[in-house]
Ligand binder design. Structure first.
Ligand SMILES: Cc1ncc(COP(=O)(O)O)c(C=O)c1O
Length: 413
């Protein structure tokens, strides 16, 4: 089939689908959580309206719940290049990662090793550190280049040994936007027989994921970072999941992937997950199945973000007293900066007064902000793009930053 490559980015058309944007707020806090389009709101509401019951029951409302969950597994599989039978769904990435860490730690022995990185959100650090401590496993650390905030993949050759059981690494930093070379890291890890757990929470909203070309064994995402509801997922092969035995309730399902899912699912949210993936697939008009449409949407989204983010970085850098943190070789639509003589929290508050949402602090990039020497001084200010970000949002940020900084210079001089 011939796929029409229409890369039109109709930003006004996209924005019109988001009720929250109507009040004029510039939501540049997508890395903390995105807004949701009407289609996601409707899908969740419709699920409730249709009548839902608990799963696996012998009546229609229960079968509807089963279908919503199955649909969400298919959608997440399409988003990540995985298989629906290996999609574990849950309340958020952190909870699921704690669960996977506990399950994997059962297969570790004292003297084994795991490799973590400084780049991570703490949800891809602490669950592993704690699991390692309980299993007598040594933690080794991959370092970030403090100037660029790149995570050089070559260092893994010196970190991974025949005792390494797991490498946990982010596909992209939630703080500074650095994109990592997961495929290269995975190649090194797999050569030593180690599994690779990829935190793709900060990557999934910005570029096309593909589990197999990344070579990852596990890949974690959070739907609320890509215009969906508050829910998370971990994707792996069903065969790999079948080898793991997490602690579970005695009567609950022991089937993969359900055996990893504790308690009752947020069933209506499952409809929202599917609607969010459909929304991403339809950001750019065109034909094809959902994976093909996601390919096309992400190609257009990435092209647009590269240009927008470069322009934002150069304009912010041009403001005296504003300092970008890091200069990643490849970055998502996320930038992180500090301001001379004004704490990050105050900058964010002043932007908030102007209707511009940005995050400030460490954003749970706990080891990274320590490594960069900015954790104790309040971290920095993070602005991040989402599919609905308009150039005018970035213009407002740059203009407001120039005003805030010049006001500060006057008031302190
Ligand atoms: C890169 C990254 N990983 C993991 C998480 C944790 O995700 P969740 O809130 O779904 O637990 C976040 C949340 O901000 C994140 O940015």
């Amino acid at each position: 089939m011939l796929i029409r490559m229409d890369t039109t980015w109709d930003i006004e058309g996209i924005r019109s689908q988001y009720p929250a944007l109507k009040d004029g707020t510039a939501y540049l806090d997508g890395a903390g959580g995105t807004q949701v389009p009407e289609s996601v709101i409707e899908a969740i509401s419709d699920a409730h309206r249709s009548g839902l019951s608990n799963v696996h029951g012998p009546f229609a409302s229960s079968r509807r719940s089963d279908a919503l969950i199955a649909g969400a597994r298919e959608a997440v599989a399409d988003l990540t290049g995985g298989e629906a039978g290996g999609v574990i769904l849950g309340p958020n990435m952190t909870t699921l990662t704690c669960r996977l860490a506990a399950a994997l730690a059962k297969t570790w022995a004292p003297g084994d090793e795991i490799v973590l990185s400084e780049l991570e959100h703490d949800s891809n650090v602490r669950p592993w550190v704690q699991a390692a401590a309980s299993a007598g496993v040594t933690v080794r650390w991959a370092r970030v280049d403090p100037l660029t905030t790149d995570l050089p993949a070559g260092q893994y050759a010196g970190l991974v040994t025949e005792r390494t059981r797991l490498v946990a690494v982010a596909a992209a930093s939630n703080l500074v936007g650095t994109m990592t070379d997961v495929a290269a890291i995975t190649e090194i890890a797999h050569a030593a027989g180690a599994l690779v757990y990829v935190d793709a929470v900060a990557a999934a909203p910005h570029f096309r994921l593909d589990l197999s070309s990344m070579g990852a064994d596990f890949l974690a995402v959070s739907a609320y970072k890509w215009c969906g509801p508050h829910a998370g997922a971990v994707v792996a092969s069903a065969d790999l999941l079948a080898t793991l035995h997490p602690d579970k309730l005695e009567p609950s399902s022991d089937v993969v992937p359900e055996r990893f899912e504790l308690g009752t699912a947020g069933i209506a949210n499952m409809a929202g997950i599917t609607a969010a993936v459909d929304h991403l697939a339809d950001l750019v008009p065109g034909e094809g199945d959902r994976r093909q449409r996601l390919d096309r949407s992400f190609a257009a989204l990435r092209a647009r973000e590269v240009t927008s983010v470069q322009s934002a970085v150069s304009r912010l850098t041009g403001i005296p007293g504003v300092r970008m943190v890091g200069a990643p070789t490849r970055r998502t639509g996320t930038v992180f900066f500090t301001v001379d003589s004004m704490p990050p929290g105050e900058v964010a508050a002043r932007l908030g007064e102007r209707g511009i949402c940005v995050w400030s602090g460490h954003a749970y990039a706990w080891e990274l902000t320590r490594a960069l020497g900015i954790r104790d001084s309040g971290g920095g200010i993070r602005a991040s793009l989402a599919p609905y970000t308009a150039e005018s949002d970035l213009d407002r940020l740059v203009t407001a930053m120039a005003e805030i900084v010049s006001g500060q210079v006057r008031s302190t001089s």
